[in-house]
Design a protein around this ligand. Structure first.
Ligand code: COA
Length: 175
């Protein structure tokens, strides 16, 4: 594990770094991430997206983070679909790490840090996630952080032109 991993809220100034990673990694991510319009791969497109994520943060439905290594943006970790109602208090964790920084423990550590945000800052009780059935690195990241698989959602996400099943993961945070 690389102890330099940090997470913080995304900022408009992160747009160029994120666009550069996503341009480089278009082919590598194709099996695992949904297809996006061409604008997604530009700094302007990412800036618009970041504004929407920050609006979601202000509304309390999203905690949009970036992952940093040695103070450079190397990926994103996002808590989406936040349901803050007292009887639900849950959110869904998603993440990606640039191909140039993978397999050094960054995603595992980023998820560990965002779980702390979910408990300490957001007061959530339950974390959820979903992975492609064949995305073993992503599944390792979740298992290492105490998530368990609890089911399969059939034909739930369009990836690389096909509707794919998703493995559903949960971790009860307590509180
Ligand atoms: C999945 C992803 C976030 C992992 O990021 P990362 O920083 O490389 O993850 P980590 O280094 O923390 O952990 C990777 C784990 O997968 C394991 N791994 C790597 N390649 C593997 C393979 N082919 N088969 C099985 N396990 C593998 C590593 O050994 C490590 O497990 P360990 O902690 O038990 O040693 C990154 O690969 C990624 O962004 N992929 C493309 C987008 C994506 O899949 N997003 C998630 C969608 S659910």
């Amino acid at each position: 594990m690389d102890s330099s991993t940090r997470v913080r809220l995304i900022e408009p100034a992160d747009a160029a770094a994120i666009a550069a990673h996503r341009v480089r990694d278009v082919e590598a991510f194709r099996p695992w991430e949904p297809a996006q319009p061409a604008r997604f791969l530009t700094a302007d497109g990412q800036a618009e997206r970041i504004e929407k994520l920050l609006a979601g943060h202000r509304a309390g439905t999203v905690w949009p983070g970036v992952v940093l290594a040695d103070d450079q943006v190397i990926g994103q970790v996002t808590v989406g679909g936040i349901l803050p109602q007292p009887h639900l208090r849950r959110g869904t964790v998603g993440y990606w790490i640039a191909s140039t920084a993978q397999n050094r423990g960054h995603a595992g550590r980023a998820v560990e840090l965002v779980l702390r945000v979910m408990t300490d800052e957001l007061g959530l009780h339950r974390a959820e996630a979903s992975t492609h059935l064949e995305n073993l690195p992503s599944q390792r990241v979740l298992r290492r952080n105490g998530f368990s698989p609890y089911g399969v959602a059939h034909s739930s996400i369009l990836l690389d032109g096909d509707w794919r099943d998703s493995l559903l993961w949960e971790r009860v945070l307590g509180g």
